[in-house]
Design a protein around this ligand. Structure first.
Ligand SMILES: *[C@@H]1O[C@H](CO)[C@@H](O)[C@H](O)[C@H]1NC(C)=O
Ligand SMILES: *[C@@H]1O[C@H](CO)[C@@H](O)[C@H](O)[C@H]1NC(C)=O
Ligand SMILES: *[C@@H]1O[C@H](CO)[C@@H](O)[C@H](O)[C@H]1NC(C)=O
Ligand SMILES: *[C@@H]1O[C@H](CO)[C@@H](O)[C@H](O)[C@H]1NC(C)=O
Ligand SMILES: *[C@@H]1O[C@H](CO)[C@@H](O)[C@H](O)[C@H]1NC(C)=O
Length: 428
């Protein structure tokens, strides 16, 4: 977790700067921009390369409900006027009945993972308790299972009585799922450490019962990296608290997502992982709470299909979600594309002709390879493959796209709390 190489690199960089460095206690606390190794857990493809339909649908339903909850939190925090233009809170998305039947209340405790997600280690409490969390730029709360949870599978549990720095807060916390279940818990504050950066009195929730949908998830919980406006708990999300406490050398954090060597770098960027400048774009409004930037355009197979749209960059989502009309325009431009599942907004395309997809915000072009855009065969022996872009109304407005990991793999992606901006750089 603690990367000595990075520390040495940073220290050397400081030593070689023109100003003489005197020893200073604040220095050690600001030289620890640190990488957190991430692991890819689960996949939308089965071992034989077939699109895992059930897993994908669960993911899409959960994604819709995450954004629904984000908008509810935003409205609660700042009133209805705070919702972005064109945004509206949709009905709770539910799993199709054929996926629900026989599942509710009787979930096998297998190691099956429902989502493709990127998990990494954090610790909470004194002495520290370990957790593996899903780092999510598309939400703003931190939650882990509580010691009192009887339905949390084999997940790591937070025991407040075993932490000298923990303190229970007033209020409750809950998340509604598309299978009709609710996860609920209680808020706490405690010391939280990620990659060598320690925040005291971090607000989080410890859930006392876990939704059937989450029990077998590879992550113990979620580490929200969005803006405070989306927080249900109402506290400062970790990176914001770290800046307020002077605990991080900078308010930047950055993701490299790849098959191997994926990492989250906290408190700066990791120069070993990208080349050239970072192209920054200011977020549309930090009051909207999303890592959302405007002025995007996209082409598919070299054909321009949409421009001047808003994009939320969401590490907690797998595929790209476009507003339904934009998704249709996108797929209309792809030869041989056909609807695969109208309810879920999924399309299929001949596997031999999966297109390259390129996004731009007026600077460099960030290209998703056909391989990364291919979500797998529609069926064993099929010549059609499912595309990594779905049409979905997330309630964010007609002009707002959601760019998940499928996009983030195409660039080193930087989130700056200091600048309220998202940056992209060429992967090394
Ligand atoms: C927590 O994780 C660290 C680093 O992997 C490990 O050294 C330590 O033993 C773990 N602690 C517990 C209680 O599992
Ligand atoms: C919880 O609420 C009670 C009653 O309103 C109040 O006295 C107490 O200070 C609150 N505790 C915290 C941690 O906010
Ligand atoms: C969790 O507890 C809440 C509150 O008691 C309840 O409404 C909800 O149904 C429970 N969820 C599960 C998955 O048991
Ligand atoms: C990832 O690691 C595996 C095993 O070490 C290796 O076989 C594979 O080539 C690596 N892939 C990439 C893209 O580096
Ligand atoms: C981005 O925001 C900064 C302030 O944080 C401002 O100085 C700069 O002009 C903005 N850039 C653009 C292109 O609007």
């Amino acid at each position: 977790m603690f990367c000595k190489t990075t520390l040495i690199t940073v220290a050397l960089a400081l030593l070689s700067s023109a100003t003489p460095i005197t020893h200073d206690d604040t220095l050690s606390s600001v030289t620890n921009g640190i990488h957190v190794p991430l692991q890819k857990r689960g996949s939308l493809k089965t071992a034989d390369g077939v699109f895992d339909y059930e897993r994908a649908v669960r993911h899409l339903v959960r994604q819709k409900n995450k954004f629904r909850q984000n908008l509810i939190n935003l409205q609660k925090n700042f009133g209805a006027d705070a919702l972005p233009l064109g945004a509206s809170i949709k009905a709770l998305a539910t799993l199709p009945s054929h996926l629900l039947s026989g599942k509710r209340g009787a979930v096998p405790l297998t190691d099956q993972s429902f989502d493709l997600e990127w998990t990494g280690p954090i610790t909470i409490g004194t002495p520290s308790q370990n957790f593996t969390l899903d780092f999510d730029t598309g939400s703003s709360d931190l939650w882990v299972p509580a010691a009192s949870c009887a339905s949390c599978g084999s997940h790591a549990l937070y025991d407040p009585s075993a932490s000298s720095s923990g303190s229970k807060q007033n209020g409750t916390f809950s998340i509604q799922y598309g299978d009709g279940s609710t996860t609920s818990g209680l808020p706490y504050t405690d010391t939280v450490t990620v990659g060598g950066i320690t925040v005291t009195n971090q607000v989080f929730a410890a859930v006392t019962n876990e939704s059937a949908q989450f029990t077998s998830d590879p992550a113990d919980g979620v580490f929200g990296l969005g803006f405070p406006a989306l927080s249900r708990l109402g506290g400062q999300p970790f990176m914001f608290a770290a800046m307020a406490q002077g605990a991080a050398p900078s308010g930047e954090f950055a993701f490299k997502l790849d098959q191997n060597g994926s990492e989250l770098f906290i408190g700066g960027t990791n120069p070993a992982l990208y080349t050239g400048d970072i192209e920054f774009h200011n977020v549309t409004s930090k009051l909207s709470g999303f890592w959302q930037i405007g002025g995007g355009s996209v082409s598919v197979g070299g054909k321009a299909v949409a421009s001047d749209f808003e994009a939320v960059i969401d590490s907690g989502s797998t595929i790209i979600s476009a507003p339904p009309a934009a998704a249709k325009a996108f797929w209309d431009a792809v030869d041989g594309a056909q609807v695969f599942d109208a309810d879920q907004g999924l399309w299929a395309v001949p596997c031999a002709a999966v297109p390259e997809v390129a996004f731009s915000w007026g600077g460099k072009t960030w290209t998703i390879s056909a391989d990364d855009f291919n979500a797998g065969l529609t069926d064993v022996g099929s010549t059609l493959c499912v595309g990594g872009l779905a049409g979905a109304d997330l309630g964010l407005g007609e002009d707002t796209w959601l760019l998940g990991d499928t996009f983030m793999k195409s660039a080193y992606t930087v989130f700056s709390v200091d600048k309220s901006a998202v940056g992209f750089a060429q992967l090394a």
